[in-house]
Design a protein. Structure first.
Length: 377
């Protein structure tokens, strides 16, 4: 199937119909005036050559040759035929040039000039020679129109490719954003559920009231996680790019986040506050980074305490998460997908993330986000 833009498909049929409408009066007059079978036959062939223009999309070069050969007898035999019979080949030249068949076009014009000169010299039909050369000159000029059309087609295709790449890039960014949301929701919730389930099994016989408390915490944690996952899925089904991922987490939920870690044996202390209300994107980003950092504390460290410090210095929001885990000396921090996700989140709002060991033990995660026009995480 032809992959040309729809306007060009309309142009092909316009070329066919226009060529026939231009030639039809002459053909009718030749038949009515009994101008001779040769002239009538040549005009009929030139009239029918209009349909060859439909082959231009697949065979632009050969179509020029076929149309030129079909209208040549009319140019020679019909004294006033060139302005009419030459219309199909004019359309063929423009469309073939627009599709890059320059060699075929110039080859056809060159061969036509040689044949016309040879025929005029041998037969002495100088009027026919002049008519043919005028037609070839006009066709040479029309090559410029074909080049202009070709340039327009290339610009259209470039624009279409750019739009496609832009849509693919947007889709990729959206997939990354959704993956981050699901990771943040599920990693924290499942880690909490896993620890509390183990605690419940361990205390089921000796301290059933603590086991029941662990089960209640599992229920609440799983409910919250399901609500957030439903929010992400609802966003996907809505098809509304401006719709928020609900519920929207933010700094206001940090106390609840800290409390949820208490049942896991990690005491979280919140210190300080940011100056005023940060932009919504910064608010969400800080919460998710703190959530991921504290989740890592429960999963990968032996810490029983953690501190989250918030401050705004020189119009930069600074959040530092530290824990009381064991000392690691000069051992480098092994950064996995969680740290990668935190760095990506910080970068999307123009911030940065720094991770390192604390002298004496524990890990420090620090995020810095300047106050400026917010990005979209």
């Amino acid at each position: 199937m032809d992959d040309d833009p729809r306007p060009l498909r309309r142009v092909r049929w316009f070329a066919v119909v226009s060529s026939q409408l231009v030639q039809l009066p002459l053909l009718i007059w030749l038949i009515a005036s009994d101008a001779g079978s040769a002239r009538i036959a040549a005009s009929v062939v030139a009239f029918a050559a209009s349909y060859l223009l439909l082959l231009v999309p697949r065979y632009p070069g050969p179509t020029v040759v076929l149309v030129a050969a079909a209208i040549a007898p009319a140019l020679v035999l019909v004294p006033f035929g060139p302005p009419f019979a030459a219309v199909p080949v004019a359309f063929a030249v423009v469309q073939a040039t627009a599709r890059g068949a320059r060699a075929w076009v110039w080859g056809t014009i060159g061969v036509g000039a040689i044949v016309a000169l040879g025929y005029g010299t041998v037969s002495g039909e100088w009027p026919a020679l002049v008519r043919s050369l005028i037609v070839l000159l006009v066709l040479s000029i029309l090559v410029g129109a074909g080049e202009a059309a070709r340039s327009r087609i290339e610009r259209f295709r470039d624009y279409r490719e750019q739009q496609l790449r832009a849509r693919q890039s947007e889709a990729e960014l959206e997939r990354l954003r959704i993956a981050r949301e699901l990771h943040d929701v599920l990693a924290h919730s499942l880690s909490s559920i896993n620890v509390q389930a183990g605690m419940g099994l361990h205390l089921m016989e000796s301290r059933p009231e603590r086991a029941a408390e662990a089960l209640a915490n599992i229920k609440e944690t799983s409910r919250t996680a399901l609500d957030e996952v439903r929010g992400v899925l609802g966003f996907l089904r809505s098809g509304d790019d401006s719709a928020p991922l609900v519920p929207e987490p933010g700094l206001a939920r940090l106390p609840a986040l800290a409390s949820s870690l208490a049942v896991l044996g990690v005491t979280v202390t919140l210190q300080g506050e940011l100056a005023g209300d940060p932009p919504p994107a910064t608010d969400r980003t800080i919460y998710r980074i703190v959530q991921e950092a504290l989740t890592n504390v429960t999963r990968h460290s032996e810490a029983d305490t953690a501190v989250v410090r918030l401050a705004t210095v020189d119009d930069v929001d600074i959040v530092t998460i530290t824990d009381s885990g064991r000392a690691h000396g000069t051992e480098p921090v092994q950064e996995g997908r969680g740290f990668l996700g935190m760095r990506e989140r910080a970068a999307l709002v123009g911030g940065s993330l720094d991770v390192g060991w604390i002298d004496g033990g524990g890990l420090r995660v620090e995020v810095r986000i300047p106050r400026h026009e917010e990005a979209q995480p």
